[in-house]
Design a protein around this ligand. Structure first.
Ligand code: FAD
Ligand code: SF4
Length: 488
């Protein structure tokens, strides 16, 4: 373990942030990572618990006590080996994971959790800097061909694992750049895109072929999901050309708000707004980018996607930014004895909220108000929750000014025509139906078609997508070869 008395001697250290006025001027990352010495001290706090709840709380089961100890001892090279043994892309999770491992840390029972995410961040950034992250091409090729549909974290993790055991892997991506929501969705100020480019280079050196701008099957009439495809490949064609097709297309169908006035100009899905800024940051010239400057912006939806709209609107120079949440305001502090080691219910204030945002809780949207076809306001009503049911508070209607409304109420399902083109069965929520257990894990009802990530589990987290990609790779390898050396 780190230092036997470390948890009593040292406090949890938070990563720093650039000051708000400085970071609002651009779209660059603004988190100041721990120094090597600070990370070492944080590693010293780890108690190397007999039952490491952190390891169980982490969806990829990172071997946290071991890398904490290695960092404490200054053995950074072995720390990255341990970290990479369970996670292909710690530079993604070290930046944008909400860190369920920390919620589960034993120290979190009555003290502050070990800063596990900041240690992960420090390990992987140092590993890249030192040149320790190298391609690992397979020594022997199997001659088996795998098509991965979708280049988000699930598709990337699966492709890397499969290439490393010798399969010929081609990743099909309808957008013009690789990365899924990491690329088009998550703002650059949370994660700069050079981290994805560097991994793509590594994976290409491992033999993975990326075909961007290629749509597999069809999205259906009038779909608003991101799509910069220049060609299309049919489901049957893909099945005929490859030994396995692994569907990692995400859960891109945004939840709509069909109240009166929805068709007014100025009301957009978050996923129309956010990817445009990602593109501009990448150097693309867009005609008529959706911009928030000088506007009263209302973001409907209190989650991460909504918070990303807040941060982007403030960087555009919005006049005001207000975020609505249907549920009541959560408590500032969790009830630890009740929730530990699980993800606690408490108020979460993101760095984007700190940059300037009015947050309204227990509020519902009744109608969009407009003039000359353009949105000018949102009619709202306060709500209460009685016996699990939402009840409107009489007389609480009001109209708030709005020139731009961003709908960030989550995602209902994957795009169903893609699943239908393959004949893949769906679960009750419209996700690709496949279990994650035992023989036949990640396999759909259609022979040689597998599914993983948000397309199988519904909209989730990057770390869950990486887990599913890795596990699906093992299942595909077993299907192709009869057995697999890939980790479960
Ligand atoms: C705005 C936003 C912010 C988020 N912030 C966070 C965060 O901070 N932390 C976190 O952990 N999670 C976050 N998430 C969730 C996280 O991004 C997703 O859970 C994760 O990216 C899912 O990975 P995936 O690989 O399953 O799918 P995706 O990342 O959605 O990737 C799917 C890819 O498949 C492609 N595709 C789909 N269909 C086809 C087709 N037919 N042909 C070709 N290509 C296709 C899509 O274009 C896309 O690139 C956020 C989500 C959003 C929307
Ligand atoms: S639960 Fe916390 S203290 Fe215990 S091993 Fe994990 S990180 Fe260390």
């Amino acid at each position: 373990m780190g230092k036997v008395t470390g948890f009593m001697e040292y406090e949890r250290l938070e990563e720093g942030y650039e000051p708000v006025p400085a970071r609002l001027k651009n779209y660059k990352e603004f988190v100041i990572a721990l120094s090597s010495d600070q990370a070492k001290q944080q590693g010293a706090r780890c108690m190397d618990c007999g039952t490491p709840f952190c390891n169980n709380g982490c969806p990829v089961n990172n071997i946290i006590p071991d890398f904490n100890d290695l960092v404490y001892r200054g053995d950074w090279q072995n720390a990255i080996t341990v970290l990479h043994s369970t996670n292909n892309f710690p530079e993604f999770t070290g930046r944008i994971c909400p860190a369920p491992c920390e919620a589960a840390c034993t120290l979190n029972v009555n003290d502050d959790a070990v800063g596990i995410k900041s240690i992960e961040h420090a390990i992987i950034d140092r590993a890249w800097l030192e040149g320790w992250v190298k391609p690992q091409p397979a020594a022997v090729k199997t001659g088996k061909r795998v098509a991965v549909v979708g280049s988000g974290p699930a598709g990337l993790a699966a492709a890397q694992q499969l290439a490393r055991v010798g399969h010929e892997v081609t990743v099909f991506e309808k957008n013009d750049r690789v990365g899924g929501l990491l690329r088009y969705g998550i703002p650059d100020f949370k994660m700069e895109k050079s981290h994805i480019d560097r991994r793509v280079q590594q994976m290409e050196a491992e033999g993975v072929v990326f075909r961007t701008g290629v749509l597999v099957a069809s999205l259906g009439e009038g779909s608003k999901v991101t799509n910069w495809a220049k060609e299309t490949v049919g489901a049957e064609e893909l099945k005929a050309q490859f030994d396995v097709v692994l569907l990692c297309g995400g859960a891109e169908q945004s939840r709509d708000l069909p109240v009166p006035g929805r068709d007014l100009a100025g009301i957009h899905f978050a996923m129309e707004f956010l990817p445009q800024q990602n593109k501009v940051n990448a150097g693309d010239k867009l005609k008529g980018q959706l911009r928030a400057e000088g506007k009263h912006v209302i973001v409907i939806g209190g989650g991460d996607t909504g918070s990303d709209c807040v941060g982007t609107s403030n960087r555009h120079g919005a006049k005001s930014v207000t975020q609505f949440e249907l549920m009541p305001r959560p408590p500032e502090e969790e009830d630890r004895p009740l929730t530990w080691p699980y993800w606690p219910y408490k108020l979460r204030t993101s760095s984007s909220h700190e940059e300037g945002c009015e947050r309204e809780f227990a509020i519902a949207t009744k109608e969009f108000i407009g003039e000359k076809g353009k949105v000018t306001g949102v009619k709202t009503v306060r709500v209460e929750w009685q016996g699990g049911k939402m009840v409107e508070v009489p007389g609480s209607e009001q109209v708030l000014k709005a020139d731009l409304v961003l709908l960030a109420m989550g995602f209902v399902s994957p795009v169903s025509p893609v699943l239908e083109a393959f004949g893949v069965g769906k679960d009750a929520r419209g996700n690709a139906k496949a279990s994650t257990e035992a023989q036949g894990a990640y396999a759909t009802n259609i022979d040689k078609v597998f599914a993983a990530g948000d397309m199988r589990r519904g909209q989730s987290l990057v770390v869950w997508a990486i887990r599913e990609g890795r596990q699906a790779a093992r299942a595909v390898d077993e299907y192709l070869m009869g057995s697999s050396v890939l980790p479960r």
